[in-house]
Design a binder for this molecule. Structure first.
Ligand SMILES: [Zn+2]
Ligand SMILES: [Zn+2]
Length: 163
C-alpha cells in the first residue's frame, strides 16, 4: 500500500497556504518538521505572529479625530497597502477585518469618507462590486461638493442611524 498521494497533499504552508510536498531528497524528519514552503515564508512566520502583525499595522496609522490615516506605503491610486502573508493587501480591508472578521466572498470594503488611505473602521462599509461602481460614479459627479460627515454616514449606511 502506498500513501504517497496522501502525503503529498497532507500539509499547507503555514504562512501562505500553498500546498506543501516532500522535496526530492528531503529527509523524512525535515519534512515532518517543515511548516512552510520556503525561507521567505519561514521568516514571515517568525516575524509576524498575529499580535506582532497587528501591532505593526496600527503603528503605521495616524488617528485623527475623524479619519485614521495610513502613513506607510500607498499604491498609485492612493490606497494603502500592507504586507499580509505572502502578498500586499489593501489596508482598509485589513482594518475592516480586525473589527468584523472575514470579508464575505466577493464583497468590497468601501469608504464612507472618500479618503482612500483612511482605515477608520467606522468609515468603512461592505458593498458589492456594483455598489463600488455606483459609489464612485456618485462621488465623481459630486466632486467638489463636501457632505458633512453625518450626511455621508447616512448616505452610505444601509440602516439609518437614529439621531
Ligand atoms: Zn509559503
Ligand atoms: Zn475616513
Amino acid at each position: 500500500m502506498t500513501d504517497r498521494g496522501l502525503t503529498r497533499c497532507s500539509k499547507v504552508c503555514a504562512a501562505c497556504d500553498a500546498p506543501l510536498s516532500k522535496r526530492k531528497g528531503e529527509s523524512e524528519g525535515n519534512w515532518q518538521r517543515r511548516k512552510t514552503c520556503g525561507l521567505e515564508c519561514g521568516y514571515a512566520l517568525l516575524r509576524y505572529t498575529p499580535e506582532r502583525r497587528a501591532a505593526s499595522f496600527w503603528a503605521k496609522v495616524n488617528k485623527t479625530d475623524s479619519c485614521w490615516l495610513w502613513t506607510a506605503y500607498r499604491n498609485w491610486a492612493g490606497y494603502g497597502l500592507f504586507k499580509f502573508g505572502p502578498g500586499l493587501v489593501n489596508v482598509h480591508r485589513i482594518s475592516w477585518q480586525y473589527r468584523h472578521g472575514e470579508i464575505p466572498e466577493g464583497m468590497h470594503v468601501l469608504h464612507k469618507c472618500d479618503v482612500r488611505n483612511c482605515v477608520n473602521p467606522d468609515h468603512l462599509f461592505l458593498g458589492t462590486h456594483q455598489d463600488n461602481m455606483n459609489d464612485k460614479g456618485l462621488k465623481g459627479r459630486q466632486a467638489g461638493r463636501q457632505l458633512t460627515p453625518s450626511a455621508t454616514a447616512r448616505a452610505a449606511s444601509p440602516i439609518a442611524a437614529p439621531s
